[in-house]
Design a binder for this molecule. Structure first.
Ligand code: MSP
Length: 501
């Protein structure tokens, strides 16, 4: 039976256009989703937009349109950006949709019924950039460290509070006794947050743009209670059958929002009597010149610009290879051009071009028959194992590196076997067959394993090996047999960047 695998990304604030920092998260989640689909899981991949809250109301006002016009326009632009990057989500939820409000009301009803809501005065700071309540200790020079260019607000309002502190022990147990927080390196940070837990305000008095608090038309639901519930409302909660998807297997989010996902969210679910998600993956930040790429702090690159120079596949590969999936990494055009030239055009592109053209030249375009016994076949088998182990622990950058190690070993294999010399003497026909068949297999393995990273070009590479079937399961790639296939030359898959548009 297939495993169900429900994966989500953070829903993005509809207050501007997506940049390459947002793209890192979506490309990583998409690569995991594609990987799991190919392993036979029944994957449900959810993305969406976070459309309520003061920050969005302010950006709509600055643009001179109503909030809903603003967020509808932006939701269209964000979806178009994800399409440019080949992101294969199955559902896209907007928090302004009716199906979402139903879920939020049910969460509030259950939390209240459980005795975890009470009224009190919130007097303290609020960062509109984070949409979060802040203590004096959180500030640096009187500003939120993540939004230094924004003025911090002082609030004094009568709000509804959620009894978060009642969940300290259960949260502790969740974090220490399971894989709930990954990578493991983030666990202590979450445990510290749990130790310092206080009740939180979950409503905003007088805020016009947001889901109305039950029976209080002047009060909005706090945007994080609203936003976090998207993962659940997208399953149809509370309607019957929502458990076909819930609990989520993996929430992929940035390290800046783990407090909300690893502390607030599981506690709210516990209070509402809903199962907690199986895990949260906190990825790091994409930086530029060392600083986080951020809309509010300026200096961003949009998605159309990101894919224009090198194409979506090269960009996808680049970010996942360059930014370790469990920590930060820097973006620069130079590094992108460098990897595109050396790894994609030179290493992989050359391997593909010369393998295919030698099969044409020496064997009429047909992959010869030869047992899989060369040193390259052995390395290819080991690569499949390494790749699976690394992908399963979500070390995406290491998995990609393993495949490129195979690429470089395959190029050395070409050099050492020198098929052009073998071809001169018919006595070496067997050895030439063995070399070409082995290279074709290695290319098949490479295109299969890299397919989740570069679905476009790896799909083409796979097809150029003359196989009309879809890529077999990863494990079966290790015993791939391409005998008798007619390979095609096709277009140059990896043009050198300076020749590209
Ligand atoms: N709306 C909230 C999330 C609500 S989830 C219930 C939010 N939105 S955001 O637009 O600010 O960020 C969306 C995601 O993009 C977050 O996971 C965030 O960490 C990620 N990133 C934004 N800038 C980033 C980088 N420069 N690098 C990597 N990820 C970054 O937070």
């Amino acid at each position: 039976m297939n495993n169900r695998f429900f994966i989500t990304t953070a829903i993005d604030y509809a207050n501007g256009l997506p940049h390459i920092g947002h793209a890192l998260e979506k490309i990583g989640a998409d690569t995991i989703a594609r990987y799991r689909r190919h392993r036979g899981d029944s994957v449900h991949f959810l993305m969406g937009m976070d459309e309520h809250g003061l920050k969005i109301a302010q950006s709509a006002a600055a643009a001179g349109v109503s909030p809903i016009e603003w967020t509808t326009r932006l939701a269209g632009e964000w979806r178009a950006a994800w399409q440019l990057l080949d992101i294969s989500y199955d559902d896209f939820i907007r928090t302004t949709e009716p199906r979402h409000a139903v879920g939020v009301y049910e969460m509030i009803r259950r939390i209240r019924e459980n005795g975890d809501l009470y009224q009190a005065t919130y007097a303290g700071f609020y960062c509109v950039g984070c949409e979060a309540y802040k203590s004096e200790d959180d500030l640096v020079d009187g500003h939120c460290p993540e939004h230094p260019s924004r003025e911090i607000q002082w609030l004094e309002e009568e709000n509804w509070f959620f009894r978060l502190s009642a969940y300290r022990d259960r949260l502790r147990a969740l974090v220490t006794e399971s894989d709930f927080v990954r990578p493991e390196s983030r666990r202590n940070e979450v445990l510290r947050m749990i130790d310092e837990i206080k009740d939180i305000s979950v409503s905003r008095a007088g805020l016009k743009w947001g889901i109305r608090w039950p029976d209080e038309p002047e009060t909005a639901v706090y945007v994080w209670l609203d936003a976090l519930t998207n993962y659940l409302s997208a399953t149809g909660f509370p309607a019957e059958g929502y458990e076909r998807l819930w609990p989520a297997d993996l929430h992929v989010v940035g390290k800046d929002i783990i407090r909300f996902h690893c502390v607030y969210w599981p506690a709210m679910l516990m209070s509402a009597g809903v199962e907690t998600p199986r895990g949260v993956w906190a990825h790091g930040w994409m930086t530029m010149s060392g600083g986080k790429i951020s809309k509010s702090e300026g200096g961003t690159i949009g998605i159309p610009a990101a894919v224009e120079r090198h194409g979506a596949d090269a960009f996808r590969y680049f970010v996942l290879r360059e930014v370790p999936w469990d920590s930060d990494g820097n973006f620069s055009w130079d590094r992108l051009a460098e990897r595109d030239t050396s790894e994609l055009a030179n290493d992989l592109g050359n391997l593909a071009n010369r393998t295919l053209s030698m099969i044409h030249r020496y064997r009429g375009g047909v992959v010869p028959e030869a047992p899989a016994t060369t040193e390259l076949d052995q390395i290819a088998k080991e690569t499949v194992e390494k790749y699976l182990e690394r992908m399963d622990r979500l070390a995406l950058h290491e998995a990609a590196a393993a495949v490129f190690e195979l690429v470089s070993r395959a190029n050395s294999f070409v050099e050492s076997r020198a098929p052009w010399k073998l071809a001169r003497d018919p006595a070496n026909a067997g050895s030439l067959d063995e070399t070409l068949a082995s290279l074709a297999r290695a290319l098949g393995v490479v295109s299969g394993l890299l397919h989740p990273f570069m679905p476009g070009r790896m799909g083409e590479l796979w097809t150029s090996l003359g196989t009309s079937e879809t890529i077999p399961p990863f494990e079966d790639l290790a015993s791939l047999d391409l005998t008798g296939r007619t390979v095609s030359m096709g277009a140059v898959l990896f043009p050198r960047p300076e020749l590209a548009k």
